[in-house]
Design a protein around this ligand. Sequence first.
Ligand SMILES: [Fe+2]
Length: 275
Amino acid sequence: MAYALEDEFGDIIKKARRGLDLSLGQLSNTTQIPDPDLSKMEDYLLKPTADQVSKLADRLDLDADKLLQIAEERWTPAPVPANYDPALEMVTISENVGGWPVHAYLLVCKETHQMAIIDTAAHPQTVIRRANAQAVPVVAILLTHTHGDHANGLPEIQQAFQTPTYIHRNEPKPESATPLQLVGHGDEIQVGLLQVRVLDTPGHTPGGCVFYTRNTVIVGDAIFAGSVGNAPVSYDGLLSSVRQNVLTLPDQTYLFPGHGPATTVGEEKAHNPFF
Ligand SMILES: [Fe+2]
């Protein structure tokens, strides 16, 4: 079976290298790993030795032990238990966009039977069908960020449910059929009895954010199990905001990313080489 993480060793070192604005040549000079070998490692064509992992981690400000665990495919997060929170239900909708799976989510308040749709997975008809199957009212549409795989198809979903759409005020605005409700760090959106708090995680995009309620966070592309989203806006900003706003939550907080398996704060503190 293929390794189940969104990002493997090659993606991780490429994201860190680009985040630090290093060329392959510069990384080669300090690690003494030939630049064609680095290129093959980034493309999954060459497995590193433990010594090479250690040198790369050192130069790329990654945690060497955690990076080696992923290079040797020794860690995946434990699956999220069904009904892990009696007050809410999380429904994962996975769709294929350009050959890669992306997740949208339904967040259901079990007490009031109301729910929110988080992101579109660029498959509005699937999201509409899955939301209708819940047979409970949709009271909010939330967007973690505006990349096409997370926000395309928004107008169709808005037309199906006639409910407000919330997006961070610093985020580029997607095509929308209704006026967008702009939110920022600390703002709360009510989904039944669930208070969903906005936490800023800019860096992957200018106004990327995550949505936090009880022991659940929908994290978009801010953090993946064992990795982070790419960070063309600010690598430092992404790492520091995730460190400050997500990894300070209790260890048993479940994280639901836009790609790859769900994880927890505790798992990421113990296994994510970026932290
Ligand atoms: Fe993204």
